[in-house]
Design a protein around this ligand. Structure first.
Ligand code: R5P
Length: 313
């Protein structure tokens, strides 16, 4: 792996360092800072000519800045004759507009995929894309890893699986939740949620008998926390014993942490695909598990041209 260079944008320095530690490699010297007017300044301070380069950057809040850092770092590597550039994007932002449900709507996920590709990225490594079809928005090799194996390990270590039921918080998340339920041999229930207006969520029905069950809500994103907290209330109202949630991407914007802290959720587990804020770190019912070994292993295998398929198991 002597011809690998790992580079970190500013979105998630802690995860980048953990991935580098997993691989036993240093992060390349690279400045990503701001001009006085807040334009992004990038300077790669090591030779990358002919090297296999990996930029680790989630396009999380502030998404526009972090996306732009990724694009400019890619441009710098391309002009410095890197042999291959892989964008390692543990959280792929702008993913929620992934189709055109109404006239005059954009498909932001496709636009961002185009931007990343046109900037000069050769391949993408990401995690739990909001919708599977976003993988096809890239016309370059794209590996979409699953957070489920990391979550399943944690669930098996901590919970009694005999009384567990996996819950999809909406109809759209059934495939993801069913996949996790299968891995732990647990039954599945579905919250039939209707969202009347953007940013608001409303729980309607629970499909399945959750009475007396330890429920695990599974989703890709927790943003405002509305979906989760409403689902937890609805499940408890139907007699669930307790409700936890395992969510890959802890977006947790606005008052989400406070909402979750005062909710009936016993615990929310998120990965470090997005760097946890101080509020998340100190929250009593939020715990962060790391995807650094998973991402690190995938980077190492990509560099050695080995299969990554067993990482999906
Ligand atoms: C929706 O399709 C997603 O999978 C999440 O359920 C949603 O983004 C969560 O948003 P919030 O936490 O704001 O309810």
């Amino acid at each position: 792996m002597s011809d690998i260079k790992l580079l970190a944008g500013n979105s998630n320095r802690a995860l980048s360092e953990a991935i580098a530690a997993y691989l036993g490699l240093p992060l390349a010297k690279c400045q990503v800072r701001r001009f006085a007017d807040m334009e992004i300044f990038v300077e790669i301070q090591e030779n990358v000519r002919g090297l296999d380069t990996f930029i680790i950057q989630s396009t999380s809040f502030p998404a526009n800045d972090h996306l732009m850092e990724l694009l400019i770092m890619t441009d710098a590597l391309r002009r410095a004759s890197a042999r291959r550039i892989t964008a390692v994007v543990p959280y792929f932002g702008y993913a929620r507009q992934d189709r055109k449900p109404a006239p005059r709507a954009p498909i932001s996920a496709k636009l961002v995929a185009n931007l990343i590709t046109r900037a000069g990225v050769d391949r993408v490594l990401t995690l739990d894309l909001h919708a599977g079809q976003i993988q096809g928005f890239f016309d370059i090799p794209t590996d979409n890893l699953f957070g489920a194996p990391v979550m399943v390990r944690d669930i098996k270590e901590r919970l009694d699986l005999n009384n567990v039921m996996v819950i999809s918080p909406d109809v759209g998340g059934v495939v993801r939740a069913r996949a996790l339920a299968k891995r732990i041999d647990a039954p599945l229930a579905i919250v039939d949620k209707r969202r009347e207006r953007a940013g608001e969520s409303e729980v309607m029905n629970i499909i399945g008998d959750v009475a007396g069950k330890s429920c695990i809500l599974v989703d890709d994103i927790v943003d405002s926390g509305g979906t989760l907290c409403n689902a937890a209330e609805a499940l408890l109202a139907k007699g669930a014993k307790e409700v936890r949630a395992y969510i890959t991407h802890g977006v947790l914007s606005g008052g989400a942490v406070a909402r979750i802290a005062s909710s009936k959720l016993k615990e929310l587990v998120v990965t470090d695909s997005i760097q946890p804020t101080e509020a998340v770190r100190v929250a009593k019912n939020i715990r962060v598990i790391s995807i650094a070994p998973l991402m690190g292993e995938a980077i190492g295998r990509t560099a050695k041209e080995e299969s990554v398929s067993s990482l999906f198991d």
